[in-house]
Structure formats: structure tokens, C-alpha cells
Design a binder for this molecule. Structure first.
Ligand SMILES: NC(=O)c1ccc[n+]([C@@H]2O[C@H](COP(=O)([O-])OP(=O)(O)OC[C@H]3O[C@@H](n4cnc5c(N)ncnc54)[C@H](OP(=O)(O)O)[C@@H]3O)[C@@H](O)[C@H]2O)c1
Length: 321
């Protein structure tokens, strides 16, 4: 092959690669313009959604957004008083919607989690004839109580608490509620699992990071299983970057949305055709860097961020003394 043919071949390959990448990126970006298909899970306008970790942050944002879109909501949490208070707030803001509460600590849970199915049936059944059914489960509870520390400094109970809160509880409550979600006709139920940017494997939050990897794998596996079994339940994983919430008290910016903004974006993605999706457009852009940048650059930036979080936590603790 002479030099001019060689140059032409390389240019063609380069152009084809560029066109393919542009096509892929445009396709990925276009999902942020698609209309949400959430309403297919509430055709009667009487259906119920259960949100775990619902008393604050993104979980409460989901409750507000689901109520505003016509769902009745069951709030799950560990603190009965706070759950009642949040349910009352929802009843005031959305008087036409109904609420219920389920109390269970996600950490150290035992087979008491099996009772949740009965509790849900009681809440929905108590509403009388013509009531809706449970059609949405949002597995939101999670977080890391001790971020920015090395694995070796954690205690046995710290590790277990993070695994319970972010992984075990989600697996157990999904097992318990799946039969209820698949009770209707056709596409009867939706499961949304909240994941995180940290599923890429981030330092100083090793256990939390690993649990979010679990969330992604669990989501993909369950989605394939539900499709194979035709159980009528759609399963989606929601990747999330930084969000201002009760548990992550940072300044809100374009790249750090408020909890309700994130919840709204997440519900807008329902039916977009992807099993794992970045809920919020600007987080998707951030996530792209994890696909294309060298890992050492990303880890350098992440370590800087982790140290800043650690310093802020220490300053807050000092002020409280
Ligand atoms: N915020 C972020 O930047 C961010 C980024 C990526 C992913 N995420 C994910 O988004 C989800 C929500 O995070 P968030 O920042 O909104 O959290 P948050 O503000 O800390 O709220 C957590 C919620 O979970 C409840 N909860 C905590 N521990 C519990 C337990 N042991 N048993 C039952 N309920 C419990 C809390 O209840 P109490 O009111 O009783 O504390 C609260 O309602 C998590 O899965 C997190 O991993 C968040």
C-alpha cells in the first residue's frame, strides 16, 4: 500500500470512529429529552409507591414528586415520629393523596423485613373498596455515615452498617415486595434502585463504593430475570452524582442539584429504555469523564474531594464542641 492510500484508509477509519462516537453520545444525550413513562404504573390514579429512606434527602424528594404525579405514598424509615411528621407534610401539600408509614431500621434488620408485605397490604387495604395497588418501589435508603476514612480505621459494626443500609436491605425488601409489584396486568410494577458515581470504585469510601457496585449488578440481574420470567416488573438503576441532601450537606450548584430536583429527574427517566441510567443530565456529563479519562487523573481529583469532605466534617465537629 503506498503512502497516500495508507493516509486515506486511516482518515476513513478516523472519520468512521468519530461518527460512531458522535452517534453514541447523541443517542445517550437524547434520553434526557424523552417523555417519562411513569404514568403507565398509575393508570387508575390510585396506585401506591413505597420509598425507602423517605424521611429526608432524595427519599423525601421522591415522595414529593410521586405525590405530585398522582401516586399515594408509603414512607419507610427508622424513626416513627419523623415518618409521621413527613407524612403529615405530604398530606398538607397534596390533600388528594394518601400516605402510610413502615418503620424498620435497615441496619441490623432480621426476618422482620418479611412482615413489610403484610403491612403494605394493610395500609392499602384499609383505604376501602376500589383502592389501588403497590406499583412502584424506590430503593433509596443508603449513604455512608463515616466518609473519607481508610478501611483499616473502620470497626466491624461500621462495615456491616454500610452493607446493611446500602445493599442487604434493598435485596431483602425487593424480595419481599416483588410478588405485590407483579400482581397487576401487563407492565404492573416498577423498581428503581438508587446507585452512585462511587460504583466506579472510589478510595476512602471502599465499603460504600462496593455496595453501589452491588446495587448495579443486582439491578441488571433482576431486570434480566424479570424479563425472562415475564413478571411484568421493570427494573432500573439510577446512577447519582453529588446531591445536596440531609446526609450530604454541600452547596447546591448546577452539578450538585437539590434532592427534589434529582428525584424529579429520576422519575423523568422512567421508560427511557436503559437498565442503568444517570438520573440527572449534568451527572451524566460528569460520568462520561469516568469512561474516557485515565483512572489516575480521576483518583487524584477524587482524593482531593475526599480530603475536603473530611476537613469540613472535622470543622463542623469542632464547632459543635
Ligand atoms: N447525596 C448524595 O450526594 C448522593 C450521591 C450518590 C448517591 N446517593 C444515594 O442516594 C440515596 C439517598 O441519599 P441522601 O443523600 O438523600 O441521604 P440522606 O439525606 O442521608 O437521607 C437518608 C434517608 O435514609 C434514612 N435512613 C438512614 N439510615 C437508615 C436506617 N438505618 N434505616 C432506615 N432508614 C434510614 C434517613 O432517615 P433518618 O431521617 O432517620 O436519618 C433518611 O430518610 C442513598 O442511597 C445514597 O447512597 C446520594
Amino acid at each position: 500500500m503506498d503512502i497516500s492510500n495508507w493516509t486515506t484508509t486511516l482518515s476513513t477509519i478516523g472519520l468512521a470512529t468519530l461518527s460512531y462516537l458522535s452517534y453514541k453520545l447523541t443517542r445517550q444525550a437524547s434520553i434526557y429529552l424523552l417523555p417519562s413513562k411513569l404514568q403507565r404504573y398509575n393508570t387508575s390514579n390510585k396506585n401506591w409507591a413505597l420509598v425507602t429512606g423517605a424521611t429526608d434527602g432524595i427519599g423525601f424528594g421522591f415522595c414529593q414528586e410521586l405525590c405530585s404525579r398522582g401516586f399515594n405514598v408509603i414512607l419507610h424509615g427508622r424513626n416513627r415520629e419523623k415518618l409521621v411528621q413527613r407524612a403529615t407534610e405530604l398530606n398538607t401539600a397534596f390533600p388528594e393523596r394518601k400516605t402510610g408509614i413502615v418503620v424498620l431500621d435497615a441496619v441490623g434488620m432480621n426476618d422482620g423485613v418479611d412482615d413489610i408485605a403484610e403491612q403494605v397490604r394493610d395500609i392499602i387495604g384499609n383505604e376501602g373498596q376500589g383502592q389501588g395497588r403497590l406499583s412502584v418501589l424506590v430503593n433509596n435508603v443508603g449513604g455512608e455515615k463515616r466518609p473519607s476514612v481508610t478501611l483499616g480505621t473502620l470497626k466491624y459494626a461500621d462495615v456491616d452498617a454500610t452493607i446493611d443500609k446500602n445493599a442487604r436491605f434493598m435485596a431483602q425488601i425487593t424480595r419481599v415486595l416483588l410478588p405485590l409489584l407483579s400482581e397487576g396486568q401487563g407492565r404492573s410494577g416498577l423498581i428503581l434502585n438508587v446507585s452512585s458515581l462511587s460504583q466506579y470504585g472510589l478510595p476512602y469510601i471502599c465499603i460504600y463504593s462496593a455496595t453501589k457496585g452491588f446495587v448495579d449488578s443486582f439491578t441488571k440481574a433482576l431486570e434480566a430475570e424479570c424479563s425472562a420470567e415475564r413478571c411484568g416488573v421493570e427494573v432500573m438503576g439510577l446512577r447519582v452524582g453529588e446531591v445536596k441532601s440531609a446526609g450530604y450537606d454541600v452547596e447546591s450548584t448546577l452539578f450538585v442539584p437539590l434532592a427534589r430536583t434529582l428525584a424529579k429527574a429520576a422519575l423523568d427517566r422512567v421508560g427511557c429504555g436503559k437498565v442503568i441510567v444517570w438520573a440527572y443530565f449534568w451527572h451524566w456529563l460528569q460520568g462520561l469523564s469516568f469512561e474516557v479519562m485515565p483512572r489516575w487523573v480521576l483518583m487524584h481529583a477524587t482524593i482531593g474531594r475526599m480530603m475536603a469532605i473530611k476537613k469540613r466534617g472535622e470543622e463542623k465537629a469542632f464547632k459543635r464542641q
